[in-house]
Ligand binder design. Structure first.
Ligand code: NAD
Length: 388
């Protein structure tokens, strides 16, 4: 099928595009390269060097003979978004193209506004474009498990049956997210559900857990196909950051008690889940939600796993938590729908962590150690006079 991957230059979009291309789909990617711009702004870069998108696509052609199309532009530019859909005529659009770091969205007013405008307006333009170009296009949208927060009841897959004063209804699962970034995803989910209901669009909202890992069977075919590996306190996801701290001989920095439980998923399962969602589309008018995670672990358990696997061991430090979140809480998530479609999960294993240690060792001289420590605080955002 024809699949358009938005955010195809990013950590997950690039390996997904390769995976879909290798499975025989006709793939194009779109990106405005703003992720590379955040690196310049924050003074960090991916631990693993990444090639330009054009070089990556040429390398894919060299290695496999397969072509991937490319659209350079910004989803908040409606003309670009409409033109791209008219030109490529996708059957499925996989939408990764958002600002995705909670700490980035909590830096100050400017970053919160940027995050919400970029994410909500980009998605809204896309919904209008799908509606006007071809309502049969299946939107596969990346949401996050962070949309739900940590409620005292089981987290269902997007919808909740409610009984109230003797009557029942099926409602969108109530959300209580923990950052302006996560809130942007909640706003997206509402906008998408609305357009399924009123225009009859078809959409799958993938509430994904925290992703770990850096390699997929496709990215390892050639160094030029590598995807990002972020380690800094703003963009580095927790397990990847712990691996790099271990390799550098730094203590692993757990925020607060480390009792925060989160859904997690291996990057190899992310790309497979996207394939399953595309190949089994939602019905017209259906807003479908899958919880895209394979297991739940606390931050302390993740740190203990890394420390146990690292030869010679490593220290674990508990820092004052810069975030506002419950550190001990109930967390029970239903996540069966992707398994029902055929996902066979890779659970966090010592083999994966060992291979991540090797990646981190190879590029350890590129790390800026000061970038590992959190500087963004949820309680004290920068005052307006400090804004530029
Ligand atoms: P990423 O930042 O590496 O990739 C996102 C890509 O989208 C970047 O290349 C960026 O340049 C592009 N982009 C952003 N705004 C754009 C715009 N307006 N127009 C065009 N391109 C734009 O992020 P990622 O880690 O690959 O995450 C991809 C998606 O998955 C995000 O939506 C994120 O919220 C979601 N997600 C990620 C994780 C994770 O652990 N990485 C977990 C849950 C959900």
């Amino acid at each position: 099928m024809r699949v358009l991957v938005l955010g195809g230059d990013g950590y997950l979009g690039w390996p997904t595009a390769l995976h879909l291309s290798r499975r025989g789909h006709d793939v194009a990617v779109a990106d405005n390269f703003v992720r590379r711009q955040y690196d310049y702004e924050l003074g960090v870069e991916s631990l693993v060097p990444i090639e330009s998108l054009q070089t990556r696509i040429a390398a894919w052609k060299d290695v496999t003979g397969e072509s991937i199309g490319i659209y350079v532009g910004d989803l908040t530019d409606a003309d670009f978004t409409y033109e791209m859909l008219r030109d490529f005529r996708p059957e499925a659009v996989v939408h990764f193209a958002e600002q995705r770091a909670a700490p980035y969205s909590m830096i100050d007013r400017k970053h919160a506004v940027y995050t919400q405008v970029n994410n909500v307006v980009g998605t809204l333009n896309l919904l209008y474009a799908i509606s006007e170009v071809d309502r049969d296009i299946h939107l596969v949208k990346l949401g996050t498990m962070g949309e739900y927060g940590t409620p005292e009841i089981d987290i269902e897959e997007g919808w909740l049956e409610v009984e109230h004063k003797g009557r029942t209804d099926r409602v969108l699962y109530p959300k209580r997210p923990g950052s302006f970034y996560h809130l942007s995803k909640v706003h997206d989910s509402h906008n998408i559900e609305f357009t399924c209901r009123i225009w009859g669009l078809r959409a799958t909202d993938l509430n994904q857990g925290v992703v770990y890992g850096q390699q997929t069977p496709e990215t390892v075919l050639d160094d030029r196909l590598a995807t990002r590996f972020d380690y800094d306190a703003v963009f580095g996801t927790v397990l990847n950051r712990f691996v790099i701290q271990a390799v550098l001989g730094h203590p692993l920095t757990v925020y607060g008690t480390g009792g925060q439980r989160r859904g997690i998923i291996d990057i190899r399962d992310t790309v497979r889940c996207i394939e399953l969602a595309c190949e089994n589309p939602a019905e017209r008018g259906e807003f479908r939600v899958f919880n895209q995670m394979t297991e739940a672990m606390s931050v302390q358990e993740l740190a203990d796993t890394v420390a146990r696997c690292f030869p010679g061991g490593v220290e674990i430090d508990h820092l004052d938590n810069p975030r506002v979140e419950k550190e001990e809480h109930y967390y029970n998530v239903v996540h069966t729908r992707l398994l029902d479609l055929g996902l066979t999960p890779h659970l966090l294993s010592d083999t994966l962590i060992t291979s991540l240690f090797d990646v981190a060792k190879r590029y350890a001289d590129r790390v800026r150690p000061e970038a590992l420590l959190p500087k963004v605080n949820w309680r004290d955002h920068a005052s307006p006079v400090q804004e530029t």
